[in-house]
Structures are given as structure tokens and as C-alpha cells.
Write a protein that binds this ligand. Sequence first.
Ligand code: SF4
Length: 705
Amino acid sequence: MSTQEELSYKSTCSYCGVGCGLIVKKDKKGQISLKGDPDHPVNKGMLCSKGMNLNYVVADDSDRLLQPQMRWGKSHPLEKVEWDIALERASAVFKSIIAKHGPDAVAFYVSGQCLTEEYYLVNKLTKGFLKTNNIDTNSRLCMSSAVMGYIKTLGEDSVPISYEDIELADCFFVAGANPAWCHPILWRRIEQHKEENPEVKIIVADPRATQSCSIADLHLQLNPGTDEILFLAIGRCIIEQGDIDLSFIKNHTDGFDAYRDQVMTTTLKEASEICGVSIEEIKLAASYIGNAKAFLSLWTMGLNQSADGVNKNLALIDLNLITGNIGKPGAGPFSLTGQPNAMGGREVGGMATLLACHRNLNNPEHRKEVADFWGVDKISPNPGKTATQIFEGLEDGSIKAIWVICTNPLVSMPEARKVENALKKARFVVVQDISNKNETIPYADLVLPAAGWGEKEGTMTNSERRISHLSQFKSPPGEALPDAEILIQFAKKMKFSGFEFNNMAEVYAEYCQLTKNTNIDISGLDYDYLKHQGTVQWPFLNKTQGGTKRLFTDRKFYTPNNRAQILTSGLKNSYEKATPEFPLILTTGRIRDQWHTMTRTGKVNKLNSHIPSPFLEIHPDDAKARGVKEGDTVLVSGLRGEVRVHAQITDKIKKGMVFIPMHWGKILGNDFARANNLTGNSLDPVSKQPDFKYSVVQVALYKTV
Ligand code: SF4
């Protein structure tokens, strides 16, 4: 409720994919405070440390980009320019490159933090009007393997569950995820459920004993990279225990016979040796899952960020399918999205390999449907370049210009030196961001100041398909503009028709119509309803029926024959090989109180105090063998670069592997703290998601404490 003294707004946290609801208050002096929305179905008033400190980020404009800046030549400094000159230059360069080298010589690289309207516009601009599918997103780095896992097994990229299923499940299998730190409020709900129902079983599979293991009944501390073998071994035990759902398998799936043959090729003894998990632990996990009335599997980067990411997804989803744990309360395969709007981006086709509303880029009819809707002659059949391929294209010269929106690839992309090299070779780099701390700016020819969270209106979709409206409660500083506004103005400079929007409600209304008659249909939704109702889950056909909590309750899947596909991969191992020179396996990940490359969370003292500096987790035996003591500075070297960080010696990590957080980069930390100096560019062949979890390295003492 707003008064003259204080204004009140509803919004959604802009960090992780949990999507917690907020109530933001602004007093008459303009000071912002916030709290968790007690009526919000996701967080019921709770917030984690990142969410509850968002007001400090919004209040501090000291690092904000305030005006467009342009370089008149590669050796010239960035100079402030008018918006009109900046966008004129961008359109002139894009036109000239496309005329000379074709549309695939330009690319956009965007972010899972973009609002759905922004994602929709940039896809319309590139795929519809610039005639290239070279539009990819940093969501490629977190969940494209899950997208392919869902498409292959269920027919479309559709998360079948609702958060309400948490309180209805009696067994959780958390694989390759640390939700206690990375999805804290969702984890809090699991904790509460376990506190109230101690018989609920929680299994965690992770080579590290993370915070999420603290309430686990079983921690499967597997060897890095062996997840798929572990899941298949558990599947074998479930079959041998007689705990499969034969009726569901027979009536609603294909592929079980091949699956059974596959899992029987590896004995439990072999699987136990490969995975470093005892036969008893494998059997116990299988009995927990097999005896559950409602089984929920949860996963994220630990499976997705892998050269075998899709296969790992398939093997985990198989456990839900062979036990019939899908389309019923408390059950389903649940991929946790990392970013706040990774899901919204997927809906509008915000990746190089997707088309809007789960349409298929390879399908000529789907391309025609979207082209007709946008009033353009065609959409190119050429697959677009994915995240790492875009930077390779810049490096080899096939891509000349890149437009980076709301992301910091120099810190977040694998093999950072390669990204640096690619940006140096690019003919034209546009960086559109809120912060002058974005490490990509020194390579930019054009810098465009964008509005941040709370300074623009729009929508996002969280991990459970829940769409929420985010209110504007603050003016952008300086001349910063909402990303959507910048894209619309650029499109107009390019003389494209179809961008005559007066506000975000009109953009969203257009997108909603494109969803009509698809499985994510929200054609009956509008901003007024969203603002009034707060949130809805897609599909949403009309206001009478409302949204959809759970998919596949009729056991009809989105595959051509409506049957789910139980799929196996054939157990490839495409990881780097450890050598005497580089004998340790590096995995990277997040810490509790930082978000991505710290451009926002790094501004908050309270958050920095949790873990103030980058570190290397190393097992006591590996540390001792190298003469390393707690707190020493170590040199971590690999095939692609080096990192110098403090050693944190812990038996919570498996012997033979080490861990470095991914957050620190050049400016906020220093070059030598950047974990992605060490990671490689190997991709899952199907999802094109890079592997951040398996790089071979060596550790040596650099300086004692
Ligand atoms: Fe924000 Fe995620 Fe924390 Fe919720 S759990 S407050 S969405 S960071």
C-alpha cells in the first residue's frame, strides 16, 4: 500500500533463478528499503543474504556508466558522446559489415539477467531483421545441457514441476548442485520440509562436501566426471530391487529395454571403482529412490557444465522415468536455473539454437510461422554460433562485430585469454552494461549505459515457470536507458519496421500472441493481470483457468508419440586427461554471498565479509605432498594459464581435485585470481555448453603465509 510518505512496489530478486518476491519501499527522501514479500508463493517472506542486500546495490551509483562513450579509432580513448551519435555509429558499422561480409559476420551476446521483453526484442532484431541466428546468451554457460535433456526425454524444454512439490516429496536427489549456497530460499524450503518430516530422504551427489550435505541422509562423494555412471548404477539397482513402475514404463515411455541392457553392461563393482562410491552407498541411494512415493531430482551446473552434460541429464531424468516419478505431486526431474531469467530467455528462443515458444530452428514450418508473425520474408536456416563459438568467430575473423549486453565475458567465459584475444581482434565491440567495472569495457569501441534492476519495468520467469512482473521504482542515473529502449532505438536507426512499441506492456503483448497454440501458451496474459495477480506459471490460457502448476499430469509428453524417451548415451568420456605435469582436477563454482563476476554483490561490505578473497580448496594429502599450509599463496597452473590464490586445506574435497570460486576477475580481484584463466573450451557436443568442472592443473607453493 502506498502513502504520500512512502511508496511501495512489488518486484522480484534479480539474482538467482529461485525468483523470490520483494516489497520495495521508497521514502520521501528517495531512500530504498526492501523485504521479502510474505504473500509471495516462492519465498513466503524469506530472503537470502544476497536478496536482502539488494537495496545497497541500488543505492550506490558510484560505479555506474552514465553516458554513451565511443572510440574514434582502436588506438583512441573512449570519449563521451550523445546517444544519437552512438547509435548512428552502431547502425553504420553493422550495416557496412553485413553488406560486405554477410549477416553472420555480426553477433549479439546477452544475459540470463535480461528481462523477457529485452530477450524478445534482441531475438526479433537479430533473427528476424539482421538475418543472423548469432544471438546467444551466458545462459549457455549454465543450463543448455538441461534444455537438451528435457527436449530429448520429454519432447520440449519444459520443467514439469512446481516448488509446491518440494513439500510433497519424500525423496530428493540433489546432483551437481549446492542449493544451500546457490539457491538458498529453495533450499530453506527443503530444510523446513525435512525438519518437519525426518523420514524424508535427501541424497546429495557431489565430489565436494558442500553446505547442502549438512542435512543429507546420504552423501555420494563421487569422483569428478563420473555422475552418469553413478546414475546408471543406481538405475540398475532400482531394476534389480523390482522398484520400477512397469505400468508407467509400458504405457508412457519408449526405450526401457535398451536402458536395461545399458545399465547391465557395468557391474556394481566396476561402477563403484570408477565413481569412488561404495556398492552399499549405491544400493542405499537406489532403495531411497525406489521406495519413495514421490521422488524429486534436482540438478544444476555440476551436471550441465560438462563435456558430457547432456548424457548426465539423460541418466538422471531416466531415474524419474523408470520409477514413474513425473506428472504427479512431489515428483519430477527439476533442473534449477542459475540466473533470474534464464527461463524467460528460453521461452522467447533467446539462444542461437532455439526459436520462440519452443519452436525448432531446424523446422522450416516453425521458421515460417515466426517470420510471418514478425512480417519478415524469412529466418535464416543457418544455426547460430553459440557463446564460445562467437568468440572463436571473432578470433578467426569470421565474426567482425559483437554486441555484449549485461554480461562480463572476460571473467565468466572459459579460457579467458582466448576471449581477451578474440575481443582484441574484433573489428567492432559494443558493451551495453550498468557498471564501469565490466572488464570487457577496455576492449569496447562503443559503451552504452544501461538501466539496472528497479530502473525499468518488465517480466522474468523463475525455475518453476513462474512469470513475475518487476516494477520500476527509481530513475536510471545519468543518461542510462533501459536495454529494451536501446534496442528499439537501434532498430529504428537500422530503419526496421516492427519496433514501434510505446512501452514494455506492448512488447510483452506481442510476445504473448506468439505463444498462441504452443505448449507454453500465455496468450491470455497481460501486464494488468500480472500486476494484480503478482505471478502466474505458464502455460496460462485464460484468466478463468489461471496458470499451470504441474506438467504431464495426463502422462502425455510433448514428443511426437506423446511418450517420454528413456535414453542412454553409451558412456563416453571426453574429459581432459590428467598427466604427471597436471595431475589434479580443477572444478569451479560459486560461493554463498557473491553473484557471478561481483559487479553488484562486490559493492556490499556485508557480502564481501563472508569470504573476502579468492581461494583454492585442496585436500590435506595433496597440500602436504606439495608443502602447502593453510593460508599459503599457491600457484595453480594448467594448460591455458595460471592463478595465484590462498590455499584452504579441507578434507571436504575429494583427494586429487581442487576448487576455485568463479567470481573474481581483473578489476575487483586481480588477473591472477580469475578461475577462467585455467578452464578450457571443451563443449558438450549436443548442447554446446562448456565444461567448467574438469580442467587438469598442478598446484605449487608460491609464498608462505
Ligand atoms: Fe534472490 Fe535467489 Fe536469494 Fe531468493 S534465493 S533472495 S532469488 S538470490
